[in-house]
Design a binder for this molecule. Structure first.
Ligand code: FAD
Ligand code: UDP
Length: 369
């Protein structure tokens, strides 16, 4: 029998929170990670004195004080507020959609003028309740913003027409009738000073936890299933079941990172390219997350692509077809009393970090009381 109580597959935020809390409760935990480093998609690495977000921009935000206090145990956060801008064919618009965006686009000055413009444009829907991303977007911000800032960006990001995507994806973004460029509505927000990797390092730094990187669960699934009394699995749920009910759809990304011999490339941490012609969706300039003053700068272009076996599955594609299939996998998972599924891939859900922490803490509670 194993000397461990749990095998945690995946050292991302879900696996790390679970391992940390279980270890604190006196359980022995082994964590395996198939990448060469811990921390999953929140991994950051220091280059030229700049914390580089290796798997895309990560801004922590939550309105839940318990979650905010929880994450602050592991790092101090700066006052960064995400205020991305959109570049549409050389014109710059503020995000999320707010009075600055409406003013630049239509010349309107007051909230009433902006609302009237949106009302006029959403008339094309004839009062229909929005059933997909296109209808939801037009209903929220009208046809002009949909055409310039949403339609092509979304097509690049998801590889599907907005009419084929669920409405909830666009409801992630606030629409505001104030001159406020904060991308999030949450009470708490920031970037950990010194990067995200230290958070996971501290979570896993416990006498009851052993970590092994460069280890793929599927290289030895049968042996792990036999050896460990319980397994927390944070990889792809369909892969766990050898895709026996069919493949879930994911979206993958490709990152192109460059160090530039200049102090300031784009003047903002995040610039979205919302036209169809630019092949990437956004450019991240990492130093601006930390108000960096270094002589050089590091930028990352983010390209979205269809996921194929072997690629990293960054986003679940939560449309009706995939949600239905996930439900069928969830039924299979319920019969695996040894295995707990968790995280963005295990739950096949478009979770942000604060939601992953909340789900992992709930999972610990269910497990350990
Ligand atoms: P992951 O971080 O994916 O961890 C899973 C781990 O399991 C990985 O390390 C993987 O290598 C490992 N693994 C998988 N299969 C196996 C296997 N077979 N054997 C061994 N190991 C395995 N959230 C925010 O709150 N704010 C943001 O600004 C934000 N921006 C984002 C930007 C991008 C581009 C992306 C992709 C996500 C963003 N997120 C953001 C979401 C955030 O990344 C996730 O909520 C969080 O990282 C999920 O943690 P996790 O542990 O569920 O998954
Ligand atoms: N979106 C858009 N234009 C933008 C930014 C976002 O149309 O400039 C849409 C797009 O469909 C995207 C969704 O809003 O997938 C959610 O955006 P968010 O920034 O939350 O995406 P993430 O950071 O998770 O990729």
């Amino acid at each position: 029998m194993s000397q461990y109580d749990y095998l945690v597959v995946g050292s991302g935020l879900f696996g790390a929170v679970f391992a940390h809390e279980a270890a604190k409760a006196g359980k022995k935990v082994k964590v395996i990670e198939k990448r060469e480093h811990i921390a999953g998609n929140i991994y950051t690495k220091e280059v030229e004195g700049i914390q580089v977000h290796q798997y895309g921009a990560h801004i922590f935000h939550t309105s839940d004080k318990e979650i905010w206090d929880y994450i602050n145990q592991f790092a101090e956060f700066n006052r960064y507020t995400n205020s991305p801008v959109a570049n549409y064919k050389g014109d710059i618009y503020n995000l999320p959609f707010n009075m600055n965006t409406f003013n630049k686009l239509w010349g309107v000055v007051t909230p009433a003028e902006a609302q009237a413009k949106i009302e006029e444009q959403k008339a094309v829907l004839n009062g229909k309740t929005p059933e997909n991303l296109e209808e939801q977007a037009i209903s929220l911000v009208g046809t002009d913003i949909y055409q310039k800032l949403i339609k092509d960006y979304t097509m690049k990001q998801w590889g599907k027409e907005c009419t084929e995507l669920p409405a909830f994806i666009i409801r992630r973004l606030p629409v505001r009738f104030t001159y406020d460029n904060n991308y999030f509505n949450d009470t708490y927000q920031g970037i950990p000073i010194g990067g995200y990797t230290q958070i996971v390092e501290k979570m896993l730094d416990h006498d009851n936890i052993d970590v092994e990187v460069n280890v793929d669960f599927f290289a030895n699934k049968e042996a792990y299933m036999a050896e460990f009394p319980k397994i927390v699995f944070t990889g792809m749920i369909d892969q766990f079941f050898n895709y026996e009910l069919g493949e879930l759809e994911y979206r993958s990304l490709r990152f192109e990172t460059e160090t530039l011999d200049m102090e300031n490339y784009q003047g903002n941490a995040v610039v979205n390219y919302t036209d169809a012609e630019t092949p990437y969706t956004r450019i991240i300039e990492h130093k601006h997350f930390e108000f960096g003053q270094q002589e050089k700068t590091i930028i990352t272009k983010e390209y979205s692509k269809t996921w194929a076996k072997g690629d990293e599955p960054y986003y679940p594609v939560n449309n009706d077809r995939n949600n239905k299939l996930y439900k069928a996998y969830k039924n299979l998972a319920a019969q695996e009393d040894k295995v707990i599924f968790g995280g963005r891939l295990g739950h096949y859900r478009y979770y942000d970090m604060h939601q992953v922490i909340a789900a992992a803490l709930q999972c610990v509670k269910n497990e350990l009381g």
